[in-house]
Design a protein around this ligand. Structure first.
Ligand SMILES: [Zn+2]
Ligand SMILES: [Zn+2]
Ligand SMILES: [Zn+2]
Length: 315
């Protein structure tokens, strides 16, 4: 039996997704992913299809804590949809060809557009890769999920982006691109995208990929840009694999929630999972980064440029 709920903090704007198997064996909570023997994605997919995707529909209850009667929570029924787009193989994204990654990205874009046209809101695209990424430890792919509430992280980014546009008259992400292009934190620059380690990287080798032109969503990019994105993703992830010997990581896409009113310059954030939080970090809410982003960018830049050169046949 499963319990799936979205629970809001007692008074803060913080949420937790309860995705609980009530019959669970307690010992499997620790390192649960590692105990998986059969790939949950392969179990249900048709292997003859080149780009398989599974569709899971789930009901989620959105709940507010009510301290007068904890058993009588106010409920709001919403539908949560999850799509999974991946290659048939168990290869990491960083080991696939640029052509295959481009096909996956196109499929993700098609599903995202369809979800928007079906009036599904608050869509998040992400990738979990490796045993510490929190996802399927065997099968690499893109997950596209919607929730009944907007992502608090994205909401915050949108609000601050709007404030910056109001105060300074320019999109903050366009400003960051101008500032970081050719600087000490640049990893790779292609026709349409810039990869760099942010000035305030939380962890070693964290990096972001920004589209150079001001666009509101991944759904708005054309085929040439998709190919360019596949190439920069493949080169940087390949570089990351070489530097850190196949680390676990998460990739998240931050798109505008609203198509008509483009709220934010869309972008991608990649976070390698390399360590656990310390008491300092949990207490202050401030990350400790043990490697300067400039040094991460220098190492990752070299490795990514080598990957790109081998992909385009220069070496
Ligand atoms: Zn699999
Ligand atoms: Zn912009
Ligand atoms: Zn972001």
């Amino acid at each position: 039996m499963y319990l799936k709920q979205l629970r809001k903090d007692y008074f803060l704007e913080k949420y937790v997704f309860i995705n609980s198997n009530l019959d669970i064996n307690l010992s499997s909570i620790v390192n649960d992913n590692k105990s998986e023997k059969v790939c949950s994605l392969c179990k249900n997919t048709d292997k003859s299809n080149e780009n398989p995707k599974t569709v899971v529909d789930e009901s989620v209850k959105s709940e507010k804590f009510n301290d007068s009667d904890t058993n009588n929570l106010s409920l709001d029924q919403n539908i949560m949809k999850r799509f999974y787009v991946s290659d048939v193989s168990h290869k990491n994204l960083s080991k696939l060809s640029v052509d295959k990654i481009q096909k996956l990205l196109l499929e993700v874009q098609t599903i995202n557009k369809k979800m928007i046209s079906d009036d599904l809101k608050n869509i998040q695209i992400f990738v979990n890769s490796g045993v510490l990424s929190g996802g399927n430890p065997m099968h690499n792919g893109f997950e596209i999920t919607n929730l009944p509430i907007p992502s608090p992280i994205l909401k915050n980014e949108i609000e601050l982006s709007r404030k910056s546009i109001f105060d300074l008259g320019i999109c903050p992400i366009c400003r960051i691109i101008n500032f970081e292009t050719g600087g000490p934190r640049q990893i790779l620059s292609t026709v349409s995208f810039l990869a760099f380690c942010p000035w305030n990287s939380s962890h070693p080798f964290e990096f972001w990929i920004y589209p150079k032109s001001h666009q509101y969503s991944f759904t708005s990019i054309d085929n040439n840009e998709l190919e360019d994105l596949a190439q920069i993703l493949r080169s940087t992830l390949g570089g990351l694999d070489n530097v850190l010997n196949n680390p676990s990581y998460n990739i998240v896409f931050h798109n505008s929630l609203n198509e008509i009113d483009s709220e934010i310059h869309w972008h991608i954030e990649i976070s390698p999972q390399l360590s656990y939080n310390s008491g300092f970090e949990n207490g202050f809410g401030i990350s400790i980064n043990s490697l300067a982003p400039e040094k991460s960018a220098e190492i990752l830049g070299k490795a990514s440029r080598r990957e790109l050169a081998s992909l385009v046949g220069v070496i």
